[in-house]
Design a protein around this ligand. Structure first.
Ligand code: 3PG
Length: 408
């Protein structure tokens, strides 16, 4: 339980929750095995338990997205309901619907103590677009469902940077507060950032490239990144911009993102570090090479040992280290070296340390290093943006809801 209040937003402690019907927006967006379509990491579901326990006298409707429409991890929430049921040790109701009659009837039928999970919010077209809060409140999702609720609880910190109807729409028309995850994240991060010392070293991997590029620029401009050490797919994008990788990466909006990476390197030449050696996959084998030897069509799956040494030195001289996204294809044993070694360096540095994203939190746990880190979060892109100091749509929505509630 948090011991210091997050002052600008309301929390569950500000409300009498008994008998209330609550819309609880969480982020159960989990890694999914693209063949079996089963969940391969349940941490984000585990994290929701504390909030659900605080709501045990209410009627709770849990809502989340999973994946993006058209992506391999886009699927229904039936498996999440089963995981949640096991974790809670009680029946979790589930409806294969989001805003239709089936969902509405299921909500109306709830009793105190019941938990109902709706299907993937992104089944509803509106949830795939960004809206102003005012327009989000006018969506069919919010206008239909909000009538059925007394309170909106926002607890999906990993999607705090999205202005989707379920995040910014409901707080326009319902009293709204933060759930336990958001409360804890904001409290810890704000404490860390007030004492954060330079140099600030950001170790950035991951695959949501446009989000990453936007965040990198803001981190540098806002004095939160003295060194950016690039790994993973974003590292490949920068190596392509440096013409170290000769053939196309085959990613969405490739020309645009490579051009952006190119102009960032030009603008901030002393900030970026890119790999000096890498490992490729050759018929299932790991083959290490200097970046000057990368051939056309080589599949880069990991960092090489020289890069790990180079990055580890910068990490050991840091005042604050933030690491987000795996350094390579770490699910494959052959290519987990870079991710594991960099996590080791972060855990053993004297810096204040933040580890972000589902993959890294899983790897940390497996390596038994979690106790050595100051803050661990399953949030990826949202956390990177939070650290830029920019106000995220969810936090704005919560602050405005608090102002409205306190002045009523
Ligand atoms: C995440 O995993 O970063 C969040 O769930 C947000 O997902 P999105 O990038 O598909 O909006």
């Amino acid at each position: 339980m948090p011991n210091r209040k997050v002052v600008n937003v309301l929390t569950l402690d500000d409300f009498d929750l008994k008998d209330k019907t609550v819309f609880l927006r969480v982020d159960m967006n989990c890694p999914i095995d693209s063949e079996t379509m089963e969940i391969t990491g349940t941490r984000r579901i585990e994290e929701t338990i504390e909030t659900l326990k605080s709501l045990e006298e209410a009627k709770v409707v849990v809502a989340s997205h999973q994946g993006r429409v058209g992506n391999k991890d886009y699927t229904g929430m039936d498996k999440h309901a089963k995981v949640l049921e096991k974790l809670m040790g009680k029946k979790i109701k589930y409806v294969e619907d989001v805003i239709g009659e089936a969902a509405q009837n299921a909500i109306k039928g709830l009793e105190n103590g019941d938990v109902l999970l709706l299907d993937n919010l992104r089944l509803c077209a509106e949830e795939n677009y960004e809206f102003s809060p005012e327009n989000a409140a006018k969506t069919i999702m919010v206008s239909r469902l909000s009538k059925l609720f007394d309170l909106c609880v926002l607890d999906s910190f990993p999607s705090a940077h999205r202005s989707h109807p379920s995040i910014v729409g409901f707080p326009q028309v319902l009293p709204a507060c933060a759930g336990r995850i958001v409360e804890k994240e904001v409290k810890n991060l704000d404490e860390i950032m007030t004492v954060a010392k330079a140099p600030h070293v950001i170790v950035l991997g991951g695959s949501k490239i446009p989000d990453r590029l936007e965040a990198i620029k803001l981190l540098i401009q806002n004095g939160r990144a003295d060194h950016v050490l690039l790994t993973g797919l974003i590292g490949n994008v920068f190596m392509r911009a440096q013409a170290r990788i000769k053939s196309p990466l085959g990613i969405k909006r490739e020309e645009e993102v490579v051009a952006k990476a190119h102009s960032l390197i030009g603008e901030y030449p002393d900030v970026f570090a890119t790999p000096v050696d890498i490992a490729i996959d050759k018929d299932g084998e790991r083959v290490e090479m200097d970046v000057r030897e990368i051939g056309k069509g080589d599949k880069i799956f990991d960092l090489g040992p020289k890069t790990v040494d180079y990055y580890s030195k910068l990490i050991s001289g840091a005042g604050t280290v933030f690491i987000s996204g795996p350094a390579g294809f770490f699910e494959k044993e052959n290519f987990s070296y870079g991710t594991k070694e960099l996590l080791n360096s972060v855990a053993n540095s004297m810096a204040t340390t933040i580890v972000s994203g589902g993959h890294l939190t899983t790897a940390l746990k497996e390596q038994g290093l979690a106790d050595k880190i100051n803050h661990i979060s399953t949030a990826g892109g949202a956390l990177v943006l939070y650290l830029t100091g920019e106000k995220l749509p969810m936090m704005k929505a919560l602050e405005n809801a608090a102002i409205k509630y306190r002045s009523r």
